[in-house]
Design a protein around this ligand. Structure first.
Ligand SMILES: Cc1cc2nc3c(=O)[nH]c(=O)nc-3n(C[C@H](O)[C@H](O)[C@H](O)COP(=O)(O)OP(=O)(O)OC[C@H]3O[C@@H](n4cnc5c(N)ncnc54)[C@H](O)[C@@H]3O)c2cc1C
Length: 359
């Protein structure tokens, strides 16, 4: 099967779908591809920070998302020794809630549908296996079911999240980077949930963190994440399920969860937090979101950086009209890398904090 477009976007998580939306809004022909059938779940804490909420508002999605999840007005942080501190978060300009918690099964489909309404075409069930340079741009190769697929595009955006096989095959990454690991489950029937999220450092291996993110008045996404020790250390190997069990079984959290029940399985997934050295582009491709390692290692937030893909749109505008040469992407994307200055500012803080936690 053959197809053609201006920009092929690989991966329809928040990063890929937001990029597809903004590119399509500017009149480019966009083909958005994902190996999964939608709606699909993504293992996550489902927390949407003020930055994420800002982009979702810009995309016109806030009222749908507020109905689908829970508005959050504050945050509580609990230290390893149990000491807790909390604060209200400032409301958004216009009075809206600063944060939301929306299950990814719903969020990702709403953002993907927005891209389609903006004019992007979407194909599910497409596993992309390679992207090659061609005279007029790139050729994206993959398959859907048993059928081989070949898509000619002027450039490609890769938004494949923490799944690195495609990036390794493209030569963008030499090997799988060291990643955080995390596991979460949904709970219902929890009594004392407030409109604050909890970020907790008690009963988790450090560096690491746990969270309680309410998605409804009595339902919460609860999970824990950690940096696995380097292979060479003599510390025992940890697995995400064991870390989750220890966190949920901890004295103070057990008190909160008692009386509630887990709905659905405990699911684990890695997080890439290697943004300081991670490439943001390859031959004819731009990387957005977690494919560029853009996750905050202190809080695990990656949706907001993935959504803030308007830089991709700018890069595409730089590259496309003038030369249409995929080779020019490498140079232009350096100044248009996803997350850009905002991310680097917060990454500077997180990098320091990560070092502190590691000590
Ligand atoms: C347990 C856990 C908790 C987290 N909690 C939070 C949180 O509360 N808040 C927050 O902001 N972030 C959180 N994160 C991070 C967040 O989930 C990710 O950073 C975010 O999903 C990245 O978005 P993305 O669009 O870059 O990639 P993804 O959402 O991972 O989407 C990638 C898409 O690419 C598709 N794909 C992959 N490879 C291919 C291929 N070869 N061909 C075709 N399609 C492909 C996948 O099917 C997928 O749909 C958490 C992560 C984990 C693991």
């Amino acid at each position: 099967m053959r197809d053609a477009c201006d920009v092929a976007v690989v991966g329809a998580g928040p990063g890929g779908s937001a990029a597809a939306h903004y590119l399509a809004t500017r009149g480019l022909g966009v083909l958005l591809l994902d190996r999964a059938e939608f709606p699909r779940d993504k293992t996550c804490g489902d927390g949407l920070t003020p930055r994420a909420v800002g982009v979702l508002e810009d995309m016109g999605l806030l009222s749908d998302l507020s109905r689908a999840g829970r508005e959050i007005h504050g945050v509580e942080i609990r230290a390893p020794d149990g000491f807790a501190i909390g604060t209200a978060l400032p409301r958004r300009p216009g009075g809206g809630a600063p944060m939301l918690v929306v299950p990814r099964l719903v969020l990702d489909d709403i953002v993907r549908e927005r891209a389609v309404r903006a004019g992007a075409r979407f194909q599910s069930g497409v596993l992309v296996t390679g992207i090659e340079r061609a005279r007029s741009g790139v050729v994206v190769r993959g398959h859907k079911g048993g059928c081989a697929l070949e898509i000619r595009a002027r450039m490609a955006v890769v938004a494949t999240g923490a799944a690195v096989p495609l990036l390794v095959r493209l030569g963008v990454l030499r090997r799988t980077p060291r990643m955080m690991l995390a596991a979460r489950a949904y709970f219902e029937g929890i009594r004392d949930l407030s409109d604050r999220i909890q970020i907790r450092f008690d009963h988790v291996p450090l560096p690491g963190y746990g969270w309680v993110f309410p998605f409804s008045s009595a339902g919460a996404n609860i999970g824990a994440g950690f940096f696995p020790p380097a292979r060479s250390t003599t510390r025992p190997r940890l697995n995400p399920k064991a870390v989750f069990d220890r966190f949920v079984g901890g004295r103070t959290l057990r008190g909160l969860v008692d009386g509630g029940r887990r709905i659905g399985p405990i699911k684990g997934y890695p997080l890439r937090v290697d943004f300081p050295g991670a490439p943001a582009s390859g031959e004819g491709v731009l990387l957005v979101g977690e494919a560029a390692g853009l996750v905050n290692p202190l809080t695990g937030e990656g949706i907001d950086y993935a959504l803030r893909s308007r830089q991709t749109m700018r890069a595409a505008r730089c590259c496309l009209p003038a030369t249409a040469a995929a080779g020019s992407i490498r140079s232009t994307s350096v100044c248009c890398a996803p997350g850009s200055s905002d991310f680097l500012r917060s990454a500077g803080v997180c990098g320091t904090r990560r070092l502190t936690l590691s000590c």
